[in-house]
Design a protein around this ligand. Structure first.
Ligand SMILES: [Fe+2]
Ligand SMILES: [Fe+2]
Length: 358
């Protein structure tokens, strides 16, 4: 498997777009399947009051009218410089793939389980993700690159994750998704002249959906505290680092987009880590020490390995393959060093549910 997703050919037609969405690397969004039976055994009684409050929010559906374009949308679409254009298209395809990944997974869980409360939750979350994916796909269609989502669902590879990995990974991807969208939204709120596409105006209310999805997974994990203790602490460390590192390396492959928004990819990454770490104190008994100097050094080293890997792939042949193996080993060692850095431990708060306050 590739570690990187850079050095790609330009996206020019729907076939290119679906091929990009199907791409399977360590950095591209995946589709998941799991052991559905385990969901029927979830006991939510210890968080019932907070659960009911979040479910009432889903039912109220305050974003039901949000994912529709306003009159200004079309006028705000402008021609972008070629490098920015391609990075933005790649961003749209990768965002679409991860939104649709949630939609497919939540729908599948809903269909396969009996647990009435979790079933209802999955229906609400699939509803939201389907709106998100649809809105992104519409933006791709403006460029003639709409993805056939039915075909993507049938043909993309699925990764099996145990339910507990689904909880850790999905919780984090919802919360980091919130942190990413809100950080971009706030930046462009301060600098509207840097908003190169109208879709960013939708991010504030959009990311509140993601925040709420994360709340639901936080409640599920807090109601089943075995998921947050003992050897599982090592899994939490692993998923925190994997999610942070993937985002950091991938964002560093989109320099034009960050420059256009006036964001330094490293500073942006660390702001997103700070928000995500603060939020995740509601459920995880530990967080990564993102201020440790070796943490930043390690992430920058991972970016360098990813660039070397791209160069090795472009070179090809026997030497290229040997170089790729060398880069893979270097990146793995670098990841292991990051994994073993000291973490910050903390007590869990009595109340789980928090508000999106960033
Ligand atoms: Fe979403
Ligand atoms: Fe979500």
């Amino acid at each position: 498997m590739d570690i990187a997703d850079t050095a790609l050919t330009p996206l020019q037609n729907p076939d290119d777009a679906i091929a990009r969405a199907r791409r399977q690397t360590l950095l591209t969004p995946r589709f998941y399947t799991t052991d559905f039976k385990a969901f029927d055994r979830l006991d939510l009684s210890s968080v019932q009051a907070e659960w009911d409050a979040v479910m009432a929010e889903y039912e109220g559906d305050n974003n039901h009218d949000h994912f529709q374009r306003d009159e200004a949308f079309a006028q705000e679409i402008r021609e972008l410089p070629p490098a920015l254009h391609q990075e933005f298209l790649d961003f749209l395809v990768s965002s679409l793939t991860s939104e649709f990944s949630g939609c497919v997974l939540y729908n599948e869980i809903r269909q396969q389980i009996e647990h009435p409360e979790v079933k209802q939750l999955m229906a609400y979350m699939a509803r939201d993700e389907s709106r998100h994916a649809g809105f992104l796909n519409k933006a791709l269609k403006d460029y003639g690159l709409g993805v056939d989502l039915g075909a993507l669902k049938r043909t993309k590879a699925y990764t099996f994750f145990k339910p507990k990995y689904i909880f850790y990974a999905t919780y984090l991807s919802e919360k980091i998704g919130y942190a990413r969208y809100i950080t971009i939204f706030r930046q462009l709120e301060r600098h509207p002249e840097r908003r190169f596409h109208p879709i960013f105006r939708w991010f504030e209310r959009w990311c509140n959906d993601e925040f709420r999805h994360g709340e639901s997974f936080a409640l599920i994990m807090r109601a089943n505290p075995g998921l947050l203790q003992g050897g599982n602490r090592w899994w939490i460390r692993f998923f925190l680092l994997a999610v942070f590192a993937t985002m950091y390396v991938r964002d560093h492959t989109r320099p034009e987009m960050h420059q256009a928004m006036g964001l330094d990819p490293s500073a942006y990454g660390f702001e997103v880590f700070r928000i995500t770490s603060e939020i995740s104190r509601q459920v995880f008994p530990l967080s990564l020490d993102i201020d440790h100097p070796a943490f930043r050094r390690g992430l920058d080293a991972l970016c360098a390995w990813s660039r070397r890997m791209d160069a090795a792939k472009a070179r090809g042949g026997l030497i290229g393959r040997l170089q790729q193996a060398w880069c893979g080993a270097g990146a793995a060692l670098c990841f292991a060093r990051l994994y073993l850095l000291p973490v910050k431990n903390h007590e869990l708060p009595a109340q789980v549910h928090i508000a999106p306050a960033y």
